[in-house]
Structure formats: structure tokens, C-alpha cells
Design a protein around this ligand. Structure first.
Ligand code: SAH
Length: 278
């Protein structure tokens, strides 16, 4: 195994979608040597307990904007830079993959401006975790030849022409951060006459013991899923491949329904950590 340099470096790493076994060996090796771990809300406590160097300081800097709790990106950048310039090995740990729908660019720019060495370590992004654990192969032969990673965190991010294109394509569509705008999403796709053999799946807390998969025809959505409140985090998958779930679902979820990821206490903790350092 490679020798890992221990001085003043930033590792931007993905922790995978939930199941602690879905993290990469490379990320685990860095977590075992880290001085500081800055972690997101969608990284489980189990991962932190199992893999992080017991001597490391863990700082929770999650974002949960819809609930109004979040650590400003500027503060996160400052913490990363501050510790790295002190010669620490800083691991910035993100849920899923480090780059997909994350603020990695801000952090890369901050690191680069300060000439700090860095690495980016990929992770299993949640759509791949959800697809595997829900038995929905995203580009299954004869069903789809491509997959798109999208988001509809607010309705205005997708323009009218693009809705037409999304309704017409045979590509599998995966929407991140979109369970709260699902009514809009379904409405736009059905207005644009999406084929009725393309189904909708919502995968809640994918790859965790509390994973749930809800499936509906888009034209029956009002009667099936419209009034459901999905637990965070949830992903939306749309396409012909969704039908394969019925035959290939394999993952057994726990009987009880709980939140797997700890609710955010980021601001309080960051305050404490600042006070501890003062
Ligand atoms: N970097 C992450 C995505 C961050 S955006 C990744 O690669 O997965 C946050 C969104 O990811 C959530 O709103 C949700 O749509 C999705 N997500 C992350 N983890 C998830 C999980 N375990 N189950 C379902 N969706 C998940």
C-alpha cells in the first residue's frame, strides 16, 4: 500500500450512500490517519465511529438548508484551510461521491488559493447505491442506454424546453434533492406526455437499514404517492428500468421506520469546537 504523506494536506472524499461497507479502502485509510475530519450530515455516525482515527477531531459541518440549519460554506472553507496550514491532515468527508451535487468547487478553490496539496477520492454516489439496493439496474439492456443525474431542488432550475426533452427521452432520470418538489416533477412530465411504461421510484434512505422503495405509475401518482412525506434523504428514479424492482428487489429493510442520519447540530458543534480551540 502507498505511503501516505501526513503533513498539511486536504483529502476531499466521498463516504458512500449510507451502508458503512460502501466506503472505499482509500478513504478509510485516510480517515485512520486524519487529524481533522470535517463531515456532512449524510455521513453516518457508524462510519465516523468505525473508521475515524480516535485521536482525530470530528467537526460536523452539514447543510440542511430546507430546515434552515447549515454551516456557511465560507466557514467550512476557512476551517479546511486553517487546519491544513497548521500542517494537519484534513479529511473533508461528504455523503455519496465527493463531487456529485456538492460544494466541492468552493473547497477546491479555497485549497488551491492557499497552495495546499489535495486529493479527491470518489465515493459511491447515492443513485448508484439506491439503484443497486433497490434492484433497479439504471441502464439495463433493452430498457435504457443512458442515465442522467439531475436535480429539481426548486422548480425553476429546469426550463420548459428541457421538460419536453426529459419526458421524451428513454434515458433513465435520477433526481437528487427533489422529493419535496415531486408534485411539480410529475406534473411537468405528465403534461409533456411521458410514456406510461416509465415508472417512478422514490428510494428513501437508500442502502441504510431503513431503506424504503415506493413505486408508482406517473399517471396514477395523485392516488398513490402524492400525499406521502418522504424521509430525508430520498432519491427519485424515473424510467422503464424501475419496473425491474419488482423482480430483482433483494434488500431487506428493518421493520421500524427511523431516521438513519443524525439530525444536524452543526452550528452548536462548530461553536463548541471553536471555543475549544480558542
Ligand atoms: N454527494 C451526494 C449527493 C449530495 S446532494 C451523493 O453523491 O450521493 C443530497 C441528496 O442526495 C439528497 O437530497 C438525496 O436526494 C440524495 N441522497 C444522498 N444520500 C442518499 C441516500 N442514502 N438515500 C437516498 N438519497 C440520498
Amino acid at each position: 500500500m502507498n505511503e501516505i504523506n501526513l503533513t498539511g494536506k486536504v483529502i476531499l472524499a466521498g463516504a458512500g450512500p449510507g451502508d458503512p461497507d460502501l466506503i472505499t479502502i482509500k478513504t478509510v485509510q485516510y480517515l485512520q490517519q486524519a487529524d481533522i475530519v470535517l463531515t456532512d450530515r449524510l455521513v453516518s455516525e457508524e462510519i465516523l465511529t468505525r473508521y475515524v482515527n480516535p485521536a482525530a477531531e470530528i467537526i460536523r459541518v452539514g447543510k440542511q438548508c430546507r430546515r434552515g440549519i447549515s454551516t456557511p460554506q465560507k466557514t467550512i472553507n476557512e476551517l479546511i484551510v486553517e487546519y491544513a496550514l497548521k500542517g494537519k491532515l484534513v479529511v473533508r468527508l461528504k455523503g455519496g461521491d465527493a463531487s456529485i451535487f456538492s460544494n466541492i468547487l468552493d473547497e477546491l478553490q479555497a485549497v488551491k488559493e492557499n497552495n495546499i496539496p489535495f486529493e479527491i477520492i470518489p465515493g459511491v454516489t447515492s443513485s448508484l447505491g439506491a439503484a443497486a439496493y433497490a434492484g433497479i439496474p439504471l441502464t439495463a439492456r433493452d430498457h435504457s442506454t443512458a442515465v442522467r443525474f439531475l436535480t429539481l431542488y426548486k422548480s425553476t432550475v429546469v426550463k420548459d424546453d428541457y421538460w419536453k426533452e426529459l419526458a421524451a427521452t428513454d434515458d433513465t432520470l435520477v433526481f437528487y434533492m427533489s422529493s419535496e418538489t415531486l408534485d411539480d416533477l410529475v406534473q411537468k412530465l405528465t403534461e409533456n406526455k411521458i410514456a406510461s411504461d416509465k415508472l417512478l421510484a422514490v428510494v428513501e434512505q437508500a442502502t441504510t437499514p431503513f431503506q424504503q422503495v415506493y413505486i408508482s405509475n406517473l399517471y396514477e401518482y395523485d392516488a398513490t404517492l402524492k400525499d406521502k412525506i418522504f424521509l430525508s434523504p430520498s432519491l427519485v428514479i424515473i424510467g422503464k428500468v424501475v419496473a425491474l424492482h419488482k423482480e430483482f428487489a433483494w434488500f431487506e429493510s428493518a421493520k421500524n421506520k427511523e431516521y438513519y442520519f443524525k439530525p444536524l447540530t452543526a452550528l452548536a458543534e462548530i461553536q463548541q469546537s471553536k471555543e475549544a480551540r480558542a
